[in-house]
Ligand binder design. Structure first.
Ligand code: ADP
Ligand code: GLC
Length: 487
């Protein structure tokens, strides 16, 4: 089966969140199960610098406001997976992030930047971009790639099926309706049955409406997005496609996240040899200037600092928790108010709290390896990866019962499958109580704590299972496409 994955980010080239981790690990996992998989990425500077053995496939010329657009074929560093890169310097060759400038403002030409990505995907699917290779399935990730589904649906001759994965319904790719002509799509798609969303143009809807199959990144989030509470205004659209929507839980890359072979941490360890974990804990306390306290519950956070992640709850609970014997280390970037709140708290509690406002992969590994517990108190969480990194590293997750967090973390005795701590209310008190339960267990029932650690460390969290589910879904999407050819 020939499958093209279309995305805006891929670890370690370009990463703003878990999407990049998924796009780095799922395609190679599919390839290991026999699929012929390629990637399609925008030619951001970091992508063009990193991909290897580049050659030009086709000169596309002038489109979406860019004068010179070329399609390159190269290899991913590491996995050596074939990767198509859309080289359009006018749209992609700039500093800042993939979606925003250095000041955090959305790029004003995001419509053109990501319409181009989807349009090239549709041409690969249609067979006229690369005469040597044509995908049978196009798998588009998040709104950045969603236009692929609309362009494919708008081209009668295309046989390829499309699959659209929602990684986060909160980011929808909304643009002014007056930009519609820039897309070059049939006007019948310019309605609420197409891309129109309350007077705006929605890239997210291009995926939700026109993909043959829609997936999201956990079974629980698949149920949640069909509700008013989590649907971000699109729950009706999602309910209308109920039989086509599936939740497939993300895996984690168990090569990148493996405490037995992690070059970034102070000492390797696994479930049978846990001395290394103790060494990592001491090294982390020393690195962060935390008191070398063996009794403390060392709780970490590695996260974007945004409303989604519920870290304002942690800010509010901090004084109580620190007074009770919890040490906290936070690493993240995001909303200025939340960054400032953590910075101020850091100054008030030296030795018990450490805050690093910044993005650092190796440091994230040291934090997760050295901690006793990791907090993910999200208001909503499509899947969440850091709680799974925690499980793998014997660092018990303390999570809110939402989205993929509810699918991966269970609070119970180890004998009943317990691997962490779970709370319901999005309040500082509910979070604090969950952390207190963790503190009591660690201090009062060390053997049970160890049993829960070992249980988490032994779980199969890799991509093998999810990759199998995606392959079945692709087969299903293709069968559907054969029965109901595109309009
Ligand atoms: P989301 O994609 O919503 O941000 P996920 O849990 O799926 O949440 O993925 C977040 C990813 O980004 C993880 O790989 C996590 O380790 C990483 N990450 C987030 N913030 C930081 C940071 N400040 N430094 C290093 N890694 C980070
Ligand atoms: C999104 C979600 C996160 C998920 C990630 C990868 O960024 O916020 O929950 O783990 O995508 O699918």
């Amino acid at each position: 089966m020939r499958v093209l994955h279309v995305a805006a980010e891929v670890y370690p080239l370009v990463k703003t969140g878990g999407l990049a981790d998924v796009v780095a690990a799922l395609p190679p996992a599919l390839a290991r199960q026999g699929a012929d998989v390629r990637l399609l990425l925008p030619g951001l500077p970091a992508v063009l610098e990193a991909v290897q053995h580049q050659r030009s496939v086709i000169d596309i010329g002038c489109c979406f406001g860019a004068l010179r657009v070329r399609l390159l074929l190269a290899r991913m560093p590491g996995s050596q997976l074939p990767v198509y890169v859309v080289d359009a310097p006018y749209l992609y060759s700039r500093g800042g992030g993939p979606y925003q400038d250095a000041q955090g403002e959305e790029w004003p030409d995001n419509l053109q930047r990501f319409a181009l990505l989807g349009w090239v995907a549709a041409h690969l699917a249609g067979g006229d971009a690369d005469l040597q290779w044509q995908p049978q399935v196009v798998h588009a990730h998040d709104w950045h790639a969603a236009m692929a589904c609309a362009f494919i649906a708008d081209h009668a001759g295309t046989e390829a099926a499309s699959v659209y994965t929602v990684h986060n319904l909160a980011f929808q790719g909304l643009f002014p309706m007056h930009d519609w002509p820039l897309l070059g799509l049939a006007s019948r798609l310019m309605s609420p049955a197409g891309l129109e969303f309350h007077g705006q143009l929605s890239f997210m809807k291009a995926g939700l409406k026109f993909a043959d199959r829609v997936t999201t990144v956990s079974p629980n989030y698949a149920r949640e997005i069909a509700t008013h509470e989590f649907g971000f205004g699109l729950d009706g659209v999602i309910r209308a496609r109920e039989s086509d929507v599936r939740g497939i839980l993300n895996g984690i890359d168990d090569e990148v996240w493996n405490p037995a072979r992690d070059g970034a941490i102070a000492a390797p360890y696994d479930a049978e040899r846990l001395q290394g974990k103790q060494a990592c804990r001491r090294a982390l306390q020393a690195e962060l200037g935390l008191q070398p306290d063996d009794d403390a519950l060392l709780l970490v956070v590695v996260s974007r600092l945004t409303g989604q992640k519920g870290l304002d709850l942690l800010v509010a609970a901090l004084p109580e928790l620190l007074a009770q014997g919890v040490q906290v280390a936070v690493q993240g970037t995001g909303e200025p108010a939340l960054e400032a709140a953590f910075r101020i708290a850091h100054q008030a509690h030296p030795g018990r709290l450490h805050v690093h406002i910044g993005y650092d992969e190796a440091r994230a590994h040291r934090l997760i390896a050295g901690a006793d517990a990791i907090a993910v108190p999200s208001r909503f969480e499509p899947c969440g990866l850091t709680q799974m990194y925690g499980l793998r590293y014997g660092t018990l997750p303390i999570v809110r019962r939402v989205g993929g967090l509810a699918d991966t973390v269970r609070e119970a005795a180890a004998a009943e499958g317990g691997n962490g701590f779970v709370f319901d209310a999005a309040t500082p008190a509910a979070l604090a109580q969950a952390v207190q339960r963790a503190l009591q267990l660690k201090r009062g029932a060390a053997a049970e704590w160890l049993a829960r650690m070992r249980l988490g460390m032994g779980e199969s969290l890799g991509w093998q299972g999810p990759a199998r589910q995606y392959l079945a879904l692709y087969a299903d999407a293709l069968a559907r496409r054969r029965h109901e050819p595109a309009a």
